[in-house]
Ligand binder design. Structure first.
Ligand code: HEC
Ligand code: HEC
Length: 319
C-alpha cells in the first residue's frame, strides 16, 4: 500500500514538474508562428476607394493605432488592453520603409487582416483586430488608404515599441486563439438598398457585436450571430484607466434593450454619443461620426430584427 502511494506521489510530482517545464518553455518562447501563404494581390486604388478606406480605417484602426502626438497611425501604448495580457503597444502602420509597413506587399497586408498572421509568420494576438468577414472591396479600400498620400499614413520613422505579452497570452495563443482561415471565395458587399442586410453587415464588420455580446471569449468572429448573448450586452471592455465599462444591450427587448428606441435616438447615440437626460456615452464607445445617418439607421433596423434578450445592464459611470 505504502509503495503504491509512493508511486502515485512520484507520478503526481512528475506531472507537476512537466507542467511547470511546459509553462517555462512557453514563457521563454514567443507567440507561435504559422506558415505564410503567398497572396498574389495588387490593391486597386481610386479616389473613391481611398475615401472609403479612410472612413473605415478611422472607425476600425485609428482607435488603436492613432498617436495623438504624431497625429498619424504611428502606434501607441494600449492603455485599455487587459493588464493580464501584458504590456501591449500597437505598431507604426504608416509608410516608412524601415519601421513601418512600407516594405509589406499588398498580399501580406490582406493576409494579416484576414487571418492574423504577420509577414514573418508570427500570429498577432487578439489585441490586434482581424477582419475575417469584411467584403473584399472594403479590405481593398483600407489598403488603398494605407498606401495613399493622406497625412494619417504618411511615412514617419517612429520605431515600434515591442509588446511584452504575458505568459497567459502566450498560453492562450497556443490553446485558444488561432488564426482565421483565409476566405476561399469572394466576399461581396451587401446590397445597399436592402437596409436590413446593410445594417447586419455594418453591425458585424464594424465590430459592434464583439463589444455588445456577452464576452470577448465566447464571440464567434466567423459567424457573429452564434456569439453567446448576441447583442445582449454585458461584455466588459476597459476604459483608458483600465476600468470595466459594461456594454449595453442592443437587442429589441423593450425593458432592457432598445426595443422602445426610435431610429433617431439610435443615430444620436451612435454618431454623437448623446442620450436624452443622461451622461454622454464614454470610451470605448467613441462616436461613429463617419457613419451616414442612413448607415446608422440601417444598423438600427437590423438590430430590431434580432431575437430580444432580457438582460439588464447598469451603465458604468465613474466620476
Ligand atoms: C484593438 C486594437 C487594434 C485595432 C482595432 C487594430 N490594430 Fe493593428 N495592431 C494592434 C496591435 C496591438 C499590434 C501589434 C501586434 C503585435 O504586437 O503582435 C498591431 C499590429 C498591426 C500591424 C503589424 C505591423 C507590424 O509592423 O508588425 C498592422 C499592419 C496593423 N496592425 C494594421 C491594422 C489595420 C489596417 C487596422 C484596421 C483595419 C488595425 N490594425 C486595427 C492593435 C490594433
Ligand atoms: C470597443 C467596444 C465597443 C464597440 C466596438 C461598440 N460599442 Fe457601443 N457601447 C460600448 C460601451 C462600453 C457602451 C456603454 C457606454 C456608456 O455607458 O457610457 C456602449 C453603448 C452603446 C449604445 C448606447 C446604448 C444604451 O442603451 O445606452 C449604443 C446605441 C451603441 N453602443 C451602439 C454601438 C454600435 C452601433 C456599434 C458599432 C458601430 C458599437 N456600439 C460599437 C462599447 C462598444
Amino acid at each position: 500500500m505504502k509503495k503504491l502511494l509512493k508511486i502515485i506521489g512520484i507520478g503526481l510530482l512528475a506531472i507537476v514538474v512537466l507542467i511547470g517545464l511546459g509553462l517555462l518553455y512557453i514563457g521563454m518562447s514567443d507567440i507561435p508562428s504559422y506558415e505564410v501563404a503567398t497572396i498574389d494581390y495588387q490593391v486597386e486604388s481610386t479616389p473613391e476607394s481611398i475615401e472609403r478606406g479612410k472612413k473605415l480605417a478611422t472607425m476600425l484602426c485609428a482607435n488603436c493605432h492613432m498617436n495623438k502626438e504624431t497625429r498619424s497611425l504611428t502606434g501607441v501604448r494600449m492603455l485599455d488592453a487587459p493588464p493580464e495580457f501584458g504590456d501591449i503597444y500597437s505598431a507604426n502602420i504608416t509608410q516608412d520603409k524601415t519601421y513601418c509597413i512600407g516594405e509589406w506587399t499588398d498580399g501580406e497586408l490582406v493576409y494579416l487582416l484576414r487571418t492574423g498572421i504577420k509577414r514573418d509568420g508570427q500570429y498577432s494576438p487578439p489585441y490586434m483586430a482581424k477582419l475575417p468577414t469584411i467584403a473584399d472591396e472594403d479590405i481593398n479600400a483600407i489598403i488603398a488608404f494605407l498606401r495613399s498620400d493622406d497625412p494619417m499614413v504618411a511615412a514617419k520613422a517612429v520605431p515600434d515599441t515591442p509588446s511584452n505579452p504575458s505568459l497567459l497570452t502566450k498560453v492562450l495563443c497556443r490553446v485558444a486563439f488561432k488564426p482565421f482561415p483565409m476566405p476561399t471565395a469572394k466576399i461581396e458587399l451587401p446590397n445597399s438598398t436592402n437596409t436590413v442586410a446593410l445594417g447586419k453587415y455594418l453591425a458585424h464588420n464594424l465590430d459592434c457585436f464583439s463589444c455588445h455580446s456577452a464576452d470577448f471569449k465566447t464571440n464567434d468572429f466567423l459567424n457573429p450571430e452564434l456569439s453567446k448573448g448576441y447583442f445582449g450586452g454585458g461584455n466588459k471592455p476597459l476604459d483608458l484607466e483600465g476600468r470595466v465599462m459594461l456594454t449595453s444591450n442592443l437587442t429589441p427587448d423593450k425593458e432592457t434593450g432598445i426595443g422602445n428606441w426610435t431610429q433617431n435616438d439610435f443615430i444620436r447615440a451612435v454618431k454623437y454619443g448623446l442620450k436624452d437626460g443622461e451622461h454622454a456615452l464614454s470610451y470605448p464607445m467613441t462616436p461613429y461620426t463617419q457613419l451616414t445617418d442612413n448607415e446608422a439607421a440601417a444598423i438600427f433596423d437590423y438590430l430590431q430584427t434580432i431575437p430580444p434578450i432580457h438582460n439588464k445592464v447598469e451603465r458604468s459611470v465613474y466620476e
